[in-house]
Structure formats: structure tokens, C-alpha cells
Write a protein that binds this ligand. Structure first.
Ligand SMILES: NC(=O)c1ccc[n+]([C@@H]2O[C@H](COP(=O)([O-])OP(=O)(O)OC[C@H]3O[C@@H](n4cnc5c(N)ncnc54)[C@H](O)[C@@H]3O)[C@@H](O)[C@H]2O)c1
Length: 316
């Protein structure tokens, strides 16, 4: 552990390095080089992947699992980070604004997006739930977000879609980012709707979106399926930053997965986003296979890409 004064000294050093290094790949290289020397949380929050900075970046769903991962990291890419959620957000840190807001509150969302340059939209229902729960947050909520983006002149949205928008493709298939959606429940259906909403706002109003069909973003893969779908937190940051900063994206769908060995998805149609994952689930394979030595090949959760979501039943 570093003492506080050492932390402050390191921050000063990195700030200097950041101003000296204007090239994104040099910064990434410096980060890889410094990796073994200092605590990872500190490193990831002070040494950005690119020198591009936005005036005000809005992160919705900031109190959630991935929101808490991205909140400290996204500060490096903007002058002001506005964080929002329906839940408690804790006090605003330096360079932060906190706004508690329900996505179904159209007027509140309009105010939420005032003065915002780019949005990372993580907020909403994130698992299979009854329709009455999904509808306000993920259907009305996403329309409210895009309407507010249009009215406030927002340039780009990074939308947290999900693999559950295509969950009824088989694990034996490899699909690209042009396939028709095949949702595996109400949650997946809402994510397919969100992607369509993104397409509409690009075609009609020129608001760019990268829709991230996130696989499984957790500290580690938890089962055999996640050996294919896992997205490490560092790769999540790489994906979000690439999506925010790629020169032109129109509406692009990209699969959110690390550089795993055996995958269901082909990201070749999203090369222009410039996402280059550096982690892989492979180092967890032995432990996962020992924990889950066999799988029932007739189980729908093992047949379809959406895994257990294809048989989730919160539908009454
Ligand atoms: N974690 C993953 O592996 C994964 C995989 C696929 C997609 N995603 C998507 O990424 C996003 C973030 O995922 P997560 O794992 O952090 O989910 P999470 O459930 O932990 O976070 C979602 C946040 O949205 C907030 N929220 C819910 N309803 C809201 C509403 N009506 N108004 C405002 N805020 C509301 C919640 O309070 C929560 O803090 C979600 O959109 C999820 O669907 C995540």
C-alpha cells in the first residue's frame, strides 16, 4: 500500500506524463509499463487511454455495478463528469456533478442532459424482470434519453445494450453485428428496442451511437459460458473509451467481450470503433472447468447464447 503523500506524488507525476504524452497509444503503453509498479485502481484512474477530453460527460446508471467501475475511470476523459442514477450516488467528488433522476421522468431527463457533450448510458433494468418493470426504465427511459439528447445537441451516446438482444442464437453459431435481433426475454427485447432507437436518432437527427452488446462484465468469468462472453473491467473501459472517441461511428453495434479464445461473436464489422481488448478469459479456464466439469447439452442454457436468461421466468 502507498501512503497518502506517495499517492499525491504519483498523481503529480502522472499528470505531468499525461501532458507530455499526447498520443493515445503512447499513453496506453505507459500504462502497461507502469502496471506492475503501482496499484491498479490508481493507475487506471489517473493514466487515461487517450488525451481526448470532453467538456461534460454524463454517466447514467452510475450507482450500478458497471457504473461504479466506470465512474472513477471516466473522470480522466472529461472536465466534468455528471453521474446519475435513481439510487443513491454518494457525494460528488472533484470534477463531478451528481443528479438523482428516474429515466421515466421525461422532464427530469431533459434537464439531466443539459450542457452534456457525450453520454454513457448504463442506467435501467439489467436482468430479466416482468414487463411492467422493464417498460418505464428501458423503453420509456431510452426514448426520454434520446429525446433529451436531441433537444440538448448531444453528439454521441454509448448505449449499454446486451447479448440478451441476440440471446436466442445458438452457441454453436458465430454471429456478426448485422444479424437480426433475437431477444431472449423482456429485458433483451428492451435492449433490441434501445438499439432501434439509436438507429432512428442517427438516421433522422444525426446523433451517433455505439451500442455495446455487453457479454458478461464481472471481475472474473463465473461459468463455462462466460469463458466465451466475459468482458474484463479494463477491456470495458477500453471499449467505452474507443466508442466515445472513434472519429465516426454513425450507429454501430459492437460485442463487448475480451480477447477470449472461443467466442460466439464476430466484431469485424465494428473495426472502425478501434476496440482492442487486451484481456482473455483463458487464464480462468482450468478453474472453471474444474468447478463445472460437465454440462447438460440438452439444457437450453447450454444451447443458446443467452444462457440461463432463455429460461428465466419472472413473467407471472
Ligand atoms: N454487467 C454485465 O455483464 C452486463 C451485461 C450486459 C448488459 N449490461 C448492461 O450494462 C448496464 C449496466 O449494467 P450493471 O451490471 O451495472 O447493472 P446494474 O443493475 O448494477 O446497474 C443499473 C443501474 O441503473 C439504475 N436504474 C434502474 N432503473 C432505473 C431507472 N428507472 N431510472 C434511473 N436509473 C435506473 C439502477 O439503480 C442501477 O444502479 C445495464 O444497462 C445492463 O443492462 C451489463
Amino acid at each position: 500500500m502507498f501512503r497518502k503523500s506517495e499517492t499525491a506524488r504519483l498523481r503529480w507525476l502522472f499528470d505531468k506524463a499525461r501532458t507530455l504524452l499526447s498520443n493515445g497509444s503512447a499513453l496506453a503503453a505507459s500504462r502497461n509499463f507502469l502496471g506492475p509498479l503501482i496499484p491498479k485502481r490508481l493507475l487506471m484512474s489517473v493514466v487515461p487511454l487517450t488525451s481526448i477530453r470532453f467538456s461534460r460527460l454524463l454517466l447514467t446508471g452510475a450507482a450500478g455495478s458497471l457504473g461504479q467501475v466506470l465512474r472513477p475511470r471516466l473522470k480522466a476523459y472529461c472536465d466534468t463528469l455528471r453521474v446519475s442514477d435513481i439510487s443513491d450516488l454518494a457525494a460528488a467528488g472533484a470534477g463531478e456533478e451528481t443528479v438523482q433522476c428516474a429515466l421515466e421522468d421525461a422532464e427530469g431527463v431533459k434537464t439531466l442532459l443539459a450542457g452534456v457533450e457525450v453520454v454513457v448510458h448504463l442506467g435501467g433494468v439489467s436482468t430479466e424482470k416482468p414487463w411492467a418493470t422493464v417498460l418505464p426504465a428501458n423503453i420509456a427511459g431510452v426514448v426520454n434519453l434520446y429525446e433529451a439528447a436531441r433537444l440538448n445537441g448531444v453528439k454521441r451516446v454509448v448505449f449499454a445494450s446486451s447479448n440478451h438482444a441476440i440471446g436466442f442464437y445458438r452457441q454453436s453459431e458465430t454471429i456478426d453485428n448485422k444479424v437480426l435481433s433475437k431477444p431472449d426475454g423482456f429485458y433483451g427485447l428492451s435492449k433490441a428496442f434501445g438499439e432501434n432507437c439509436a438507429q432512428l436518432y442517427w438516421d433522422r437527427w444525426g446523433i451517433e451511437t455505439v451500442s455495446l452488446r455487453i457479454g458478461s462484465s464481472f471481475p472474473e468469468p463465473r461459468d463455462r459460458r462466460m469463458l466465451s462472453t466475459w468482458l474484463s473491467y479494463d477491456d470495458l473501459e477500453r471499449l467505452v473509451v474507443a466508442s466515445l472517441t472513434a472519429p465516426q461511428v454513425a450507429h454501430t453495434i459492437v460485442y463487448g467481450m475480451s480477447d477470449n479464445r472461443a467466442v460466439f461473436w464476430d466484431n469485424s464489422g465494428a473495426k472502425h470503433v478501434g476496440f482492442k481488448p487486451l484481456d482473455s478469459s483463458e487464464r480462468f479456464r482450468d478453474a472453471i472447468e474444474a468447478k463445472q466439469p460437465t454440462i447438460d447439452r440438452n439444457d437450453p442454457a447450454a444451447i443458446f447464447q443467452g444462457g440461463s436468461f432463455v429460461k428465466a421466468t419472472p413473467h407471472g
